[in-house]
Design a protein around this ligand. Structure first.
Ligand code: SF4
Ligand code: SF4
Length: 476
């Protein structure tokens, strides 16, 4: 493989995700994984809660000394609490179209799959889906669609965004739409920004160029540099909040982990703001996809360690987990660093308003956590988390560096906590089952008592207004 000098400030994929730098970091991690002096120094730095370099975090990930691992998990929990408290933000994916011209070998939407049911929603169908999502209680969506210039052009995405934001059904409203579409041009990113998107999400899938090219044998996504440099174009196009991620299982997890952190370091070095979120999906079985074909799939213990080390490595970056994971796994990693999760998800096109039963269906992957949103909310409350539907930062223009500044100073806390309670109250009043309502009201009463007096007074006033139907969408 050609050698490229590592340079986090470069705009060239092979220089900011330098293959050589990753190999060197993994070698360093392997050599030092039992070196107490090195590990103690890294942990001391980590306890400052300002993050670690990819190399330092890689040493923690490689370390297999049991008592050090206990310290790593304890520190991840501590950082999670200090930055995110006991709040957990909820969202739902919305699949608009599964037409795709790419050939990703791990995804059933790949162009050669003639077996899967292809579907693209009309604006009327999107409307039905959004009403179904609003009736569940969702306020925050992530739209997903395959890459297909004929079936899914940017105009279709823009029109769909307009439709989604325009629907006000009963007390429902979708207040933030994150967008997960294929790598595109600066011009198209500006169009998305102007359409009012929240976060632009694009998973790298794998940072290993060689694996990447093998796993994406044809189609526009085959171009590794075009894909890897997409977040720079998004930021040039004016999008402040970007979400990165890999699909664990495609290549070795230590390589991907270092790549993720190097990508975060690159965005910070060039644009002054790191990724807004990191997602941690693992490969799942689907229509014509068998996970036995992938030798790098990871087990639950490694998965938990990755989440903990990411939490320590980039404390101020939100971390997302989907319904690809079981209740048990989600329970384990929520405390280690996850700040956002999906609930009641359907991964098929049009699945919320008309659940698919027939085979073949249009789903991208099999959902493991099949509980309803209300069941997920009840479960979170039972574990002591505050389910939050907050979208305040986006609506108040606190994005990009303005958001990060507040977040790094842990100031965001003062907004997130009352906002979580206010949006939970909306959910309880408008959508919750009696059991969820009861446990939720108890949680709100307990948590309001911990707010500063001025905030408490305002929160109480707004909570009453929500309960009596006098208003919605209050925010700090
Ligand atoms: S992962 Fe995305 S780009 Fe690849 S086949 Fe699936 S939908 Fe298409
Ligand atoms: S106040 Fe901002 S950071 Fe906090 S939960 Fe709401 S949107 Fe997220």
């Amino acid at each position: 493989m050609e050698h490229f000098e590592y340079n986090p400030k470069s705009l060239k994929a092979d220089e900011f995700i330098s293959h050589n730098e990753i190999l060197e970091s993994l070698k360093y991690a392997e050599e030092n994984k039992n070196n107490r002096a090195v590990i103690d120094a890294i942990l001391a730095k980590a306890r400052l809660e300002k993050g670690l370099t990819h190399r330092e975090a890689s040493v923690l990930l490689a370390c297999d000394i049991p008592e050090i691992n206990e310290q790593i998990f304890a520190l991840a929990k501590q950082i999670k609490l200090n930055y995110y408290g006991n709040r957990m933000v909820l969202f739902a994916p919305l699949y608009l179209s599964n037409y795709c011209v790419n050939s990703c070998v791990y995804c059933p939407y790949h162009v050669k799959n003639k077996h899967i049911f292809r579907k693209k929603m009309t604006q009327d169908e999107i409307k039905k889906e959004v009403i179904a999502l609003q009736d569940m209680g969702h306020k925050r969506l992530a739209i997903e669609l395959g890459e297909d210039p004929i079936n899914n052009p940017i105009e279709y995405v823009l029109e769909s965004l307009k439709t989604i934001y325009s629907i006000k059904h009963k007390n429902g409203a979708i207040r933030r739409v994150n967008v997960n579409i294929a790598a595109t041009t600066v011009e198209n990113y500006t169009k998305l920004k102007d359409a009012g998107i929240g976060t632009y999400i694009l998973f790298q899938e794998t940072y290993n160029r060689q694996s990447y090219e093998t796993l994406h044998p044809a189609g526009p996504k085959h171009d590794y540099a075009w894909h890897t440099e997409a977040m720079d174009r998004a930021m040039q196009g004016g999008i402040d909040d970007v979400g990165i991620g890999v699909l664990f299982g495609l290549s070795t997890y230590r390589y991907e982990f270092a790549g993720l952190l190097m990508h975060a370091e690159h965005l910070e070095a060039v644009h002054g703001v790191g990724p807004h979120t990191i997602s941690v999906p693992r490969l799942r079985p689907a229509d014509d996809i068998d996970t036995d074909d992938f030798k790098d799939c990871i087990n639950d213990d490694i998965f938990s360690k990755i989440v903990a080390c990411l939490r320590i490595g980039v404390p101020y970056t939100g971390m997302i987990i989907s319904t690809r994971e079981s209740k048990k796994t989600r329970e384990r990693v929520l405390q280690l660093g996850i700040s956002q999760l999906s609930g009641g998800s359907k991964t098929s096109v049009g699945g919320y308003s008309e659940p698919e039963k027939e085979e073949p269906n249009s789903a991208q992957f099999d959902v493991i956590d099949n509980r309803t949103l209300d069941e997920v909310i009840y479960w979170l409350l039972e574990m002591g988390y505050i389910p939050s539907f907050c979208t305040a930062c986006y609506r108040a223009g606190r994005t990009g560096d303005r958001f990060m500044e507040l977040c790094k100073n842990k100031q965001i806390h003062n907004c997130c906590h009352p906002n979580a309670l206010l949006t939970l109250q909306e959910y309880l009043t408008d959508y919750a089952s009696p059991a969820t309502q009861k446990i939720g009201e108890e949680m709100i009463a307990r948590e309001v008592a911990t707010l500063a007096p001025q905030t408490q007074a305002t929160t109480n006033k707004w909570l009453e207004m929500i309960k009596s139907g006098k208003g919605r969408d209050f925010r700090f």
